[in-house]
Design a protein around this ligand. Structure first.
Ligand code: ZN
Length: 618
């Protein structure tokens, strides 16, 4: 066990042995406390629960991310372990690989990276003379400066211009237009959905992925037509492949944020083979920002985040303005230990799998999220981003600790996304009272105002001619999507002007108004079908209530109908409302529409209240 590096950056180098083999290692800084608390001393027995390996100066270094101490009392060295830390060199030539940053540091020029750690090739054998010390070296010699077995390790490492890496692969950083045939070996760090295009010259499909190699450079690859069918199912995130027979072109910096100045096109002649992941290529590199910093981030810039996915909202669709196609979208509420949460939208196939992918509030590293100023600040997973659920990086542990001890139950998280479109409920601290509609002059801006209140339904205006609903077209598809009101023809059928079709049936959808009240005020609100079903219960659809209480076959059970609404009236809800000024005739009126209803969770509400009270200063 040896401390390396000076100043505040405390790092511990260790030699770990299983009795047969030994290897050099470093402790990730967040587990330094095992050493400072003396839980680990030399010859302590530990169990390594998580680790990654790095190649430094052609030596494999094990980065210990997580461990358990099985026996901290120092014993004696076990066995005569043999060094297994030297990476095999190819063709007898000694290969020097540039030292890589452990994680996160994106340095464009490998030669500019920090000097490699001096690693002693034989930490067990300073002295050959027999000694009572099983390690063969005295304490004083161990703390003295050690001789350096790599004569060049203090000098900057400069690659010769056309050098190939150890297994005859061209480093991505050295690809150029004058090479006809090359092979790169790289890790897939992001992968897009398949997109289709059509223009005057024909149509086709494509997908792209970003790949990163051991030179620390990534490049955008786009696969076209036949190559899509062949390689889209094959290429997996985080796996390592060799890529041959691509065409280089200059990258479009507007859409491509990879480090390489080129991008690659692959067609059916591409050769891609999966190869073993020997750990020489870094996992995706990140430059994490805390969410709190997103507020000051320019819209349209790209950022990386390490977050807890707190909530996955229901999947929805929007119409793409560009293609006219329906796009799947899914909003996530993500949070980190800066005590700030933000809305993050994932699209396409990723939206469809979001609920399964992000189940159970995992920690996720997102690469290249696009910052938008939509509704304050929000984020969008761009086509060339990627995400890794439960990434094996040391930054995960402090975030997990924060989430387990504070974040999960905190009601004081600040939110950067104020829009209502995501269906996100405001936190306890962001709630307003109904009187704020007047006192804050809500609804008079260009865009609607959104507010969450804790309120009780005091009156429901259910007794309308024909019932508290309207009759909509049954067509779930375009063009009307059950949004168009239909009228009954004299022969009892329902005609939709939009679809220009006649059906036997119609679909009844709720629409009614009500008053909600809190301790400050009362307000009229409108409810549509979706909110009315939250209010009455999903099973009480307008059609079923009509059949039961209104249709010819019902027995005119007005008491049952009244009872259904009476049961729901006087109940407590967290109500999310849209407040907007509207002109009714020539009169301006502030209209409050319920966007969503959440039943009161009294336990959580009490906890939030207690926490808020405890923060009140007298
Ligand atoms: Zn219709």
């Amino acid at each position: 066990v040896k401390r390396v590096g000076g100043g505040s950056q405390e790092r511990w180098r260790v030699v770990i042995s299983d009795g047969e083999h030994f290897i050099q290692g470093m402790l990730a800084t967040q587990i330094n406390h095992f050493i400072t608390s003396n839980e680990i001393q030399e010859n302590s027995i530990i169990k390594i629960n998580d680790n990654m390996t790095n190649l430094i100066n052609n030596r494999i270094i094990v980065i210990v991310l997580n461990l358990e101490v099985l026996n901290s009392t120092p014993g004696l060295k076990i066995g005569n372990p043999v060094d297994v830390g030297t990476a095999p060199s190819v063709g007898g030539a000694s290969v020097v690989t540039a030292a890589k940053p452990l994680y996160g540091n994106n340095v464009s020029n490998p030669a500019a990276q920090s000097k490699p750690e001096a690693v002693n090739s034989n930490p067990y054998g300073q002295s050959r003379s027999p000694s009572s010390n099983p390690y063969g070296s005295s304490n004083s010699s161990r703390t003295a400066p050690q001789s350096n077995s790599y004569s060049n390790s203090n000098a900057p490492i400069v690659r010769s211009n056309m050098s190939l890496s150890e297994d005859n692969h061209t480093p991505i950083s050295q690809l150029n237009m004058y090479q006809n045939r090359w092979t790169v070996k790289a890790r897939v760090t992001s992968k897009s959905d398949i997109r289709t295009w059509s223009n005057a010259r024909g149509e086709g499909s494509l997908f792209s992925c970003d790949i990163l190699d051991s030179s620390g450079t990534d490049i955008r690859c786009t696969f076209f037509k036949e190559a899509v069918d062949k390689f889209h199912p094959m290429l997996q995130m985080d796996h390592v492949y060799t890529f041959t027979n691509g065409r280089l072109k200059v990258a479009n910096a507007q859409y491509n944020t990879c480090k390489s100045n080129f991008e690659v096109s692959f067609d059916q002649n591409a050769e891609v083979h999966e190869v073993a992941d020997d750990g020489r290529i870094l996992q995706q590199q990140y430059e994490f920002l805390p969410i709190s910093a997103v507020e000051q981030t320019e819209p349209n810039s790209n950022i990386d985040l390490l977050v807890v996915v707190k909530e996955v909202h229901p999947i929805g669709t929007v119409m793409s303005k560009k293609t006219g196609q329906e796009l799947f979208k899914c909003d996530l509420t993500v949070v980190d230990q800066s005590n700030v949460e933000i809305n993050l939208t994932v699209w396409g196939e990723k939206a469809k799998t979001a609920e399964a992918n992000f189940a159970n509030q995992p920690i996720v590293a997102f690469k290249r999220l696009r910052v938008s100023d939509y509704g304050g600040r929000s984020l969008s997973s761009s086509g060339n981003g990627g995400e890794t659920v439960n990434p094996r990086i040391p930054e995960v542990q402090p975030l997990q600790h924060w989430w387990n001890t504070q974040g999960r139950t905190s009601s004081t998280l600040k939110s950067l996304s104020t829009r209502g479109g995501g269906g996100r409920m405001d936190s306890f601290a962001d709630r307003k009272t109904l009187s704020a509609i007047k006192t804050d002059n809500m609804g008079y801006g260009e865009k609607p105002d959104w507010m969450s209140v804790k309120a009780t339904f005091s009156f429901v205006k259910k007794d309308k001619e024909g019932g508290p609903w309207y009759t909509a077209c049954v067509n779930e598809e375009e063009p009307c999507r059950q949004r168009v009101k239909v009228t009954q023809t004299t022969d009892g059928y329902w005609h939709c002007d939009r679809c220009n079709k006649t059906s036997e049936k119609c679909k009844r959808r709720y629409i009614f108004s009500a008053t909600i009240a809190d301790e400050t005020s009362t307000s009229w609100v409108s409810l549509f079908d979706e909110q009315a079903l939250q209010f009455l219960g999903e099973e009480h659809t307008a059609d079923s209530v009509y059949d039961r209480y209104f249709s010819d076959s019902s027995n005119g059970d007005t008491e049952g109908f009244d009872g259904l609404f009476a049961k729901a009236t006087s109940t407590d809800w967290i109500v999310k409302c849209k407040v907007k000024n509207e002109m009714v005739g020539d009169e301006s009126r502030v209209k409050t529409t319920i966007y969503s209803l959440t039943p009161m969770d009294y336990v959580k509400e009490s906890r939030d209240l207690l926490e808020a009270i405890s923060k009140l200063s007298v």
